[in-house]
Design a protein around this ligand. Structure first.
Ligand code: GTP
Ligand code: MG
Length: 507
């Protein structure tokens, strides 16, 4: 069996990949590595209940709203540059927050005095080298432990693009937070540590390099920039051999995870801590063999198809708060929102009016697909909202269900359990986290021919593709994958492991 093909057959990629156009070279299954993938787990456990609770994305500083004057005539400024959400993923301590912090420093958003303050604070906590990460890791727990917990957010601009960085946690306990970050992202920066032993731990069984890549692909992150970090480390010293080793090991794995490596993935070496090959190209004195682009250039050149501004409006709510009314936060998945619009909050069908729209700190009159917004609404109390609700077009609102039919790819069940009706797991779909139960297996699908092979199947095992009916206790907002890929792809997790990925085929 070929996992790479299975994942493709699920067409969990972006809509443009649906025709299955693949590079002939990429079609070749990598048998050696596939065996490894089948043997290896994705992540070790934590409590599924905890998972539901852990789901949260850091809110933007809330008090700031009050300081923002509604400058209406700046409305179209943001329409001139595209906006992309970029999620930083990878194993714990790979250097995601350090690189994110360095990007803010190099783009002039953090002054030297603040850096000195962080250097001192990091030293006091016996975490000298963590000062750059403190730019992104803002809460005390994160700073003391040197680990990101909540998804950090920051913004920077290049010549062509406004970027929002979503700095995901690498630690396995916080995978639900990583899922939430990745589900809002257009592109991913996979940070890998080149330091001796660290690449190996991230890549091996239970390492988050593997799990994050598979989750990112499932969650619709179609383009990946793999940054090989810590190239300055004494165990690496900008070694071309080490860089090539990491690239050659990652390529087959990325292919198996469903990425078209030639088209959708690029690699580059950096030092997040020293700020090398980030904003400007590498100097030959640091590295003689790298002629390629720096991180900013690579990010700039990534092309991603954006959602349709003309399609019905959909914005899943990831957070909410009270501030001169009710403010909701989220990413526009489709359509356009304007000041004064009358919309519905689904699934409760509450009628609301758009009072103000903010991108970062700025008030705007209109915003399209891909934008992260804060939207002030009238007509609803903050208490009546939950993350997972969706701000929708009133004429054409998002579908609501307690049951749907989905095509599932079983990745790895706990203790090689069998998958039958009655199986329970935690469903993650856009910003929804909800317990679910498989109520009926409808048919098993042949991964090769994509045709049904067995009707009324009673159970399936690891690696199987199966069409089934899924039930949730509370009404949730979803769409068919074929209509809105981002609102119809999901993961099933149990005890801290991703057991299956799927797409909704009927509602
Ligand atoms: P989590 O959020 O816990 O997943 O970790 P992270 O990926 O955000 O890593 P973080 O940025 O917190 O860095 C972890 C450690 O690696 C810190 O001690 C950093 O100083 C160190 N580090 C990060 N980037 C580099 C680098 O380019 N070179 C060297 N030598 N060390 C680095
Ligand atoms: Mg971090």
């Amino acid at each position: 069996m070929d996992l790479e093909e299975d994942i493709r057959s699920l067409q969990l990629d972006s809509a443009e990949d649906i025709n299955g156009v693949v590079n002939p070279e990429d079609e070749k299954p990598d048998v050696d590595n596939f065996d490894k993938i089948e043997d290896e787990g994705l992540l070790s456990g934590n409590d599924p209940k905890q998972e539901v609770q852990a789901q949260s994305v850091e809110a933007e500083p809330k008090a700031k709203d009050k300081e923002i004057p509604p400058v209406q005539d700046e409305e179209d400024e943001h329409m001139k540059k595209r906006h992309l959400n970029v999620v930083f993923i990878g194993h714990v301590d790979a250097g995601k927050s350090t690189t994110g912090g360095q990007i803010l420093f190099l783009s002039g958003q953090v002054d030297d005095r603040t850096i000195q303050k962080y250097e001192k604070e990091a030293k006091d906590k016996s975490r000298e080298s963590w000062y750059m990460a403190y730019i992104m890791d803002t809460n005390e727990e994160e700073r003391v432990k040197g680990k990101t917990v909540e998804v950090g957010r920051a913004h920077f601009e290049t010549d062509t693009t406004r970027f929002t960085i979503l700095d995901a946690p690498g630690h396995k306990s916080y995978v639900p937070n990583m899922i939430s970050g990745a589900s809002q992202a257009d592109i991913g920066v996979l940070v890998i540590s080149a330091r001796k032993g660290e690449f190996e731990t991230g890549y091996e069984r239970g390492g988050q390099t593997r799990e994050h890549v598979q989750l990112a692909k499932t969650l619709g992150v179609t383009k990946l920039l793999v940054v090989v970090n810590k190239m300055d480390d004494p165990t690496v010293n900008w070694s071309k051999e080490r860089y090539d080793e990491i690239e050659s090991k990652m390529v087959p794995f990325l292919k198996q995870s469903g990425y078209n490596v030639k088209k959708d993935v690029s690699f580059l070496p950096i030092s997040g801590l020293m700020g090398l090959n980030i904003k400007t190209r590498l100097d030959k004195s640091h590295c003689s063999w790298w002629d390629g682009p720096c991180l900013f250039e690579s990010l700039d050149s990534i092309e991603v198809p954006m959602g349709d501004p003309q399609s019905p409006f959909r914005m899943p709510i990831i957070d909410k708060f009270k501030d001169m009314g009710t403010v909701v936060m989220g990413k526009v998945e489709s359509g356009t929102i304007k000041d004064g619009d009358s919309l519905l909050i689904m699934p409760n069908k509450d009628h609301v009016k758009v009072v103000a729209i903010y991108i970062d700190e700025k008030r705007v009159n209109i915003a399209g697909p891909g934008e992260n917004l804060r939207v002030r609404l009238s007509g609803i109390e903050e208490e009546d909202l939950l993350s997972g609700f969706v701000l929708s077009s009133a004429a054409n609102p998002i579908s609501t269900v307690t049951e749907f039919v989905a095509q599932l790819q079983i990745l790895e069940l706990l203790d090689n359990a069998i998958f039958t009706a009655g199986y329970k797991a935690v469903l993650h779909v856009h910003s929804v986290v909800e317990e679910c139960e498989i109520v009926e297996l409808l048919e098993q699908i042949d991964p090769k021919t994509r045709k049904p092979i067995k009707k009324k199947v009673l159970f399936v095992k690891n690696g199987a593709i199966v069409l089934c009916r899924v039930q949730v206790n509370n009404v949730i907002c979803v769409e068919k994958f074929s209509d809105f890929p981002q609102l119809g792809r999901f993961t099933l997790r149990t005890e801290g492991k991703t057991v299956a990925v799927g797409k909704i085929t009927a509602i």
